[in-house]
Design a protein around this ligand. Structure first.
Ligand code: MN
Length: 155
């Protein structure tokens, strides 16, 4: 019998979950700095060149500050937070769309009182993220908005 085409939304308590979708690590522990992020890969097929993932950042958590040649298309599904794209910071609420262009520093942060959950569409084959060195961090911090974002509670 083939796999069911429907994987119902099946929240577990307060957690957004989908039936028969594994809850996995955001990244290997120690691979890059992040705090309190989970991943669910919703769509990944050999006949598709993109993947759709759901990431959830717990309150006060954040994704890795990184850049890479591939782009991201993001839709917020729950909670509140903010995103750094380049040197700019934008508040986020449910159903907002965010485009992260290629080779652009980015990081997602949840607020202190709510998780931030979002869909992220990405190339199935993609380059490895790059982390900022001290000089690049200093350059980012020249933007007061970026500096305040990077210093927000959670670390
Ligand atoms: Mn990324």
């Amino acid at each position: 019998m083939s796999e069911s085409p429907l994987r119902p939304f099946a929240p577990a308590g307060d957690d957004f979950r989908w039936a028969a979708v594994d809850l996995t690590r955001y990244k290997e522990e120690g691979a890059a700095p992040f705090r309190e992020v989970t991943r669910q890969t919703l769509f990944r097929r050999p006949d598709m060149r993109c993947e759709l993932r759901y990431f959830e950042v717990a309150a006060r958590g954040h994704s890795t500050l990184e850049r890479h040649r591939h782009a991201h298309a993001v839709m917020v599904l729950r909670g509140r937070g903010a995103v750094l794209v380049g040197a700019d910071v934008f508040p986020l609420k449910e159903f907002d769309l965010v485009t992260v262009p290629p080779s652009t520093w980015h990081q997602f942060r949840a607020t202190a009182d709510a998780p931030l959950g979002f869909l992220c569409m990405v190339d199935a084959e993609r380059d490895k993220p790059e982390l900022p060195d001290a000089r690049e961090l200093e350059h980012l911090r020249a933007s007061p908005a970026a500096a305040a974002f990077l210093d927000s509670p959670g670390d």
